[in-house]
Design a protein around this ligand. Sequence first.
Ligand SMILES: Cc1ncc(COP(=O)(O)O)c(C=O)c1O
Length: 372
Amino acid sequence: MRFVDLKTQYERLHGSINKRIQAVLDHGQYILGAEVAELENALAEYVGANHCVALSSGTDALLITLMALGVESGDEVITTPFTFFATAEMIALLKAKPVFVDIDRRTYNIDSSLLESAITLRTKAILPVSLYGQCADYDAINAIAAVHGIPVIEDGAQSFGATYKGRRSCGLTDIAATSFFPSKPLGCYGDGGALFTNDDILDECFREFRVHGQAGRNHHRRIGINGRMDSLQAAILLAKLEIFDSEVAARRRLGARYSELIDDAFSDVGTPTPVTTPYVEAHNTSVYAQYAVEVPNRDAVQAAMAERSIPTAVHYPRPLHLQPVFAGLAQEPGNFPAAEEAAERVISQERRDCEFQSPRVIDQRTGHNLLA
Ligand SMILES: Cc1ncc(COP(=O)(O)O)c(C=O)c1O
């Protein structure tokens, strides 16, 4: 059994995917065709938001929302140092300053108890990430943000399908961004992303920013980008949505099964290794975009896994405040100890060609894959 196997998934869905792709080829409206609007309605309903705007990638979703909020030079946006680079990159691209707040050591998400002290008069937005498929503590974050009148943007690129206190990721904050990169919990066959909001004005802004700031044909009210999702990707996502609930359930089942079995497997790879399996808050469900565990001797574990042809990856080996490009922020090791320690210890399954490898937990006596 594979955690995410795009080929098997396609075999399961090929009738529906092919039919929907053929429909696009037949009508020929490749850009912002009917599929895009249909997908936006379906996704908005799925997460419980009034509006969804389908976009060209998760990165563009972050960029467009920051542009729509008017983030610019001199502004600060609070985020986590332990995330994929794009989160802070889009803040910096607009010449604003990413202000990092350390993470909760167990969930890897921004530590809401540290948020208040990072807020200044320049804070334009708070951009927490729902890392590895689990939502951050949005009730606490929203409450602090509301006191200061600051919008909260969920970076839900890894958490689409996850729930927080019974509500879905991307329906929890003023704005949410997600990614449909092929290996994401809901993935298309190229790049794709979306923004969600309940705010009618923001929805209109997002739509304008994704088409060069156009309010109507050849009528440009803003400087925007080309951030559209194409109709073929929307068609593919519509087909995948049909089975998404069952895939989310399978992810939860497999994640729990990994956690049950993985301890044994790791004790057999070289030196006995204490493994910290993912911690999921009782009020959360995770979609395990990455199934990441912690080990104290990561290099040895990676080498032992490689010997058994089990590819591994590290998301993320260097926290963002220590990335060379952010040297200007004058951060140094020790400033965000939780993120730094996590970055030294986490290890997860490698994706190959946007496809997770078949997970294997080998019973050393029989040589059988316990997850098969
Ligand atoms: C947390 C996070 N934010 C943003 C992105 C960017 O999404 P995309 O690759 O669709 O641009 C990713 C993608 O990996 C991500 O994991």
